[in-house]
Design a protein around this ligand. Structure first.
Ligand SMILES: NC(=O)c1ccc[n+]([C@@H]2O[C@H](COP(=O)([O-])OP(=O)(O)OC[C@H]3O[C@@H](n4cnc5c(N)ncnc54)[C@H](O)[C@@H]3O)[C@@H](O)[C@H]2O)c1
Length: 357
């Protein structure tokens, strides 16, 4: 399917994140939203009315539509794998929301199926494309931090009990509803994207403010990175009213801190001409997801969608491959193992099939 003009998308799932995908596709150059599928007819109707696309209830109907190039898998987390396998079998490219699946074995099956079918598999880890994150990534590649000392992610958010009870999967461990694999996934991913993979993790998980649900709403974790430095993740949906996420990188030669999407601190021993401009990145952004799930902009999703369209059109890799998202899933799974055992866990993860029992 290389060298096509317009790339056509079909959305599987018409819930919260589908709104962002639909807006992003319609804003993206050379992209078209063809149809959305969801078993809940009212949700499909809302999207059909709002976005002027087609609507149906089943994945099979999207797969039978020969005009659709890419299926965006926007279902609850435990359903990502089967949908991806079916889409690949039908010859469709797949853009799957995070986490790509609930086990490494499933991610491996998804990668193998897409390889076999000759279709692209991209993962939506939209925080990676933020300008402040890309500036950090470039400075890291240029060695501007010098010896890396530590990296910390701080996500002090708030979600109501009603949010957790609004849909069956939002309070189900097996569906991937805990704060670690659901909300903090983005920020654990940023640490690993910037610092490289984890070698060892130690985690503690608690339920601080949502006694009606059997989930962790709070995570505190140590990460030993393979590069020899260390980091921490504190993530919660229990902390009203919800504060912007902080991503902090420290090296012998520099410190960079992103708050929300804003570059809060950007200081290097070798100040360079472009640094003042980098300090202004993300200043206008106010909707950062801290206070509620709908408090987000779709700009990052648009970049991811455009990257997926380019991957299909020009036969290049999607912005986030399933292989690189797998690195984050492995660290997250190790955190669940560590919280359950009270011990530090070395990677690679073993016996993952026991985690969601
Ligand atoms: N990247 C981000 O910033 C971001 C933000 C929110 C959610 N997400 C991810 O998006 C995914 C969906 O989250 P959400 O908040 O939109 O959930 P949601 O519950 O609002 O929507 C999921 C939809 O999937 C539908 N669905 C369930 N089974 C289906 C099936 N077999 N076929 C078709 N549709 C089916 C449900 O009816 C529901 O409408 C999750 O993986 C979540 O982690 C990502």
């Amino acid at each position: 399917m290389a060298n096509k003009g317009t790339i056509r998308f079909g959305l599987l799932g018409a819930g919260l994140v589908a709104q962002f995908h639909a807006k992003a596709i319609q804003a993206a150059a050379g992209c078209e939203l063809v149809a959305v599928a969801d078993p809940i007819a009212e949700r499909v109707k809302l999207m059909v009315d709002r976005f002027g696309c087609g609507g149906c209830s089943l994945l099979d109907e999207l797969l039978a539509d020969e005009t659709i190039d890419v299926i965006n898998v926007l279902t609850p987390n435990h359903l990502h794998c089967d949908a991806t396998l079916a889409a690949a079998k039908a010859g469709k490219h797949v853009l799957v929301e995070k986490p790509p699946a609930m086990s490494l074995a499933d991610v491996d099956r998804m990668i193998a199926a897409c390889d076999r079918a000759g279709v692209k598999l991209g993962v939506v880890l939209n925080c990676r494309v933020r300008k402040a994150v890309q500036a950090m990534k470039s400075a890291m590649a240029e060695g501007r931090f010098g010896k890396l000392l530590r990296a910390d992610a701080n996500m002090k958010w708030y979600r109501t009990t009603e949010y957790y009870l609004s849909d069956g999967w939002r309070s189900s461990r097996r569906s991937g509803a805990g704060v670690t694999v659901q909300h903090a996934f983005h920020y654990i991913d940023l640490l690993l994207y910037l610092m490289g993979p984890a070698a060892r993790v130690q985690a503690r998980m608690t339920n601080a403010a949502h006694p009606q649900v059997q989930l962790e709403d709070t995570l505190a974790a140590f990460i030993d990175f393979s590069n020899g430095s260390e980091g921490t993740v504190v993530a919660s949906t229990a902390l009203w009213p919800g504060m912007d996420v902080r991503i902090e990188l420290y090296g012998e030669a520099g410190t960079a801190i992103m708050v929300g999407e804003r570059m809060d601190t950007w200081v290097f021993r070798d100040e360079r001409p472009g640094d003042e401009e980098i300090r202004s990145l993300g200043r206008g952004v106010v909707a950062t997801g801290a206070t509620g799930p709908a408090a987000l902009d779709f700009a990052d999703h648009q970049v991811v969608i455009e990257g997926m369209a380019a991957a299909v059109r020009d036969d290049v890799d999607p912005i986030v491959s399933a292989g690189s998202a797998r690195v984050t899933l492995e660290a997250v799974l190790a955190m669940y193992q560590s919280a359950a055992s009270g011990q530090a866990v070395e990677l690679p993860v073993e016996n993952e099939e026991l985690i969601w029992q």
